[in-house]
Design a protein around this ligand. Sequence first.
Ligand SMILES: Nc1ncnc2c1ncn2[C@@H]1O[C@H](COP(=O)(O)OP(=O)(O)OP(=O)(O)O)[C@@H](O)[C@H]1O
Ligand SMILES: [Mg+2]
Length: 511
Amino acid sequence: MEVLERVWEVVGDAFSGLARGIERGITSLFGSSNARYLRKLQPKLDAINAREPFCQQLTDAELREQTAKFRKRLAAGETLDDLLVEAFAVCREAGRRKLGMRHYDVQLLGGMVLHHGMIAEMVTGEGKTLVATAPAYLNALEGKGVHVVTVNDYLARRDMEWMGPLYMALGLTVGAIQHDLGTFERQRAYSCDITYGTNNEFGFDYLRDNMRPAARGDDRYPKEQQQVQGPLHYAIIDEVDNILIDEARTPLIISGPAHDDVSRYRRADQIARQLKRDVHFQVNEKEHTCNLTDEGVRRAEELAGVESFYTAGHMEWPHLIDNALKAHYLYKRDVNYVVNDAGEVVIVDEFTGRLMPGRNWSDGLHQAVEAKEGVRIKEEYQTLATITLQNFFKLYKKICGMTGTAMTEANEFWKIYKLDVIAIPTNRPLIRTNHPDVIYRTCSRLSSRCWGSSSRSRTTPSRSSRTASVKKSGSRSRGSATSSDAAGRSSWGRSRSRKASGSPRCSRAAG
Ligand SMILES: Nc1ncnc2c1ncn2[C@@H]1O[C@H](COP(=O)(O)OP(=O)(O)OP(=O)(O)O)[C@@H](O)[C@H]1O
Ligand SMILES: [Mg+2]
């Protein structure tokens, strides 16, 4: 057995060596095409630099007037590419005057990459916040809105306030979406030329808009029933690897009460309590499932007082009983959940051990646990609208992104989004020594290997496999959990949502 394991280990190591070699090959290939691409941008950069003296002698008012002139030229048939050099030069000058930061040449290169709908890999601290201003300004000239996407509310507001003076000096309006904004404030922020916000807020606003009866500006309807977002024209995504790869498959969900009969969870719980393990049902701890045996089905039918679970009107019983069994045999109080003083079942995050108030297991599992604990059973929520971040960002006419680490995911960016990655050199030579990552195995990993897991468990999972494992842990069989926020603010449309009298809630499937 040990010999076999050793052979498996050697083969595994050989394959991972080969994979690393191929990856290095691909990276070096990208590197060379990278240099060619940057060389192609050089003439434009030279032209922007040559335009600097002209911009510097403009008064503040003249600088602002440039925007109106560019817009006129666009209307007359010129393209954004035709205006790039002049617009970037104007933007750089506004940055110098209003922020005390003059875009470095490499930052303008990064900006061009973003304008071309690609990913700019720029080392941390290279000033990506400022980089985004040039393509944001250029693309905002079209008047269809530019969204700058960050990972949290704090950064969205900070970046908007930080870069705001630059945009305002050029006569543009800028806003930021924050979690606690109401409908009117959102409409105002989205009607700005440039809107900062988080991926979640942009995604949820899209979902809520789909449930609203009126388009933005359709004054036949009250303002709160009008959509807020407007067209999905151009998005610049900061920390793009985080948003488009790590979080991409997590669904955003808006749900509303299902108006179901909660007494059926108690009946299922009573039935489950009378069934005998290994006679009437089997528990599979590894797969996290409980299944009724044939004998169990017959006994459960008897206890439920129905002739057969497979006749109309009774088909939900097996699912209800499965959930009740799971609640009893797989979900442990004070491990997987706690019951708080208010008599609510609160999930414990399996990775962090933190309490997750407001999160619910889906598919009736939460109600089954509530029935087991004898606490008040809350109505199940049904999904009213859902989208993954991946699908949401594909709706934009053009997307681009920036991050400190994108080359390692270049293949995935291309395969999923058709986004190329360009590595931008640093402004000054990098003097930091980058040590390779050191990865330690935990004791539990070590012992799990002794039980026969393969040597592959020793290697760090790739980003995609990490995503896969996260996805798996939230999969249906384990009862995926959803978390709610206080977003019941959205006005109700005439769509399905009307049926539900309670407020909708926004959630993200738990990872
Ligand atoms: N052209 C510039 N001139 C002067 N200072 C600059 C310039 N560009 C950026 N900076 C400064 O560099 C610092 C880092 O900027 P920023 O936070 O935008 O970097 P970043 O690339 O987004 O970093 P991270 O990857 O950590 O998010 C800031 O303090 C900013 O003021
Ligand atoms: Mg940053």
